[in-house]
Design a protein around this ligand. Sequence first.
Ligand code: SF4
Ligand code: SF4
Length: 236
Amino acid sequence: MKTPTGMTLRERVYLPEIFKGMLVTNYHFLRNLTLHFAHLVGLAKERSAAATVQYPDQRKTYSENFRGSHRLTLRPNGDVRCTACFMCATACPAQCIYIEAGEHPDPQVEKYPLRYEIDTLRCIYCGLCVEACPCDAIRMDTHVHPRIWGFDRKDFIETKEVLTHRSVVLEEQGRDGNMNEMLAWYKEQERRPYDRLRPELKTYTERERRRQELEQADHAERTAADMLVNARPSDG
Ligand code: SF4
Ligand code: SF4
């Protein structure tokens, strides 16, 4: 019998429904556990148990239509194909493309981007920039997904250099190249020590600059001390 809310009395009591849900959960848990144990001893190999992909050590192959991170395509001579027409930036609903146009040295090409940046924290990966481009200068076929690690908003801004580099990697190393490079970058960041001298400097760029400044100051101090020692008359 339905109540005025449209639920049966049994559903309104909740407990039977909770019990039913737990039965389903436990059934799948025990089934998968049993199958995993059976697989370990060489039984029931034909029946698959649910398994989690251990990303990033294991990866699924993305479909050919996967819409990955952007890249700026290149001309055969290695120049960036983009002519800084701003169509992509105009079409972008998230307004996350920043372009600075410059005059191209080749009179056949009017302009090229001095700066081309995408703020990936704002990008919604809709692909409208790719659709809008009249020169096939921007694509999302890198098979790499966005970076998920950074200490500052600046770490998520992809520059022209990053975007063109992806095209080179794709050309030279194929569809896994960019993903392998990104994972290597993650591992490299894990190994880098945190700079305790200036913990408020959150980006790697800032921390690196500060480290270099300290090294230079240290070097200058040691050189000055050496000069002082050498300038002193000997005790003998
Ligand atoms: S994918 Fe969409 S949101 Fe991202 S830069 Fe392109 S147009 Fe903008
Ligand atoms: S990527 Fe394409 S649409 Fe965007 S500025 Fe360059 S040429 Fe124009």
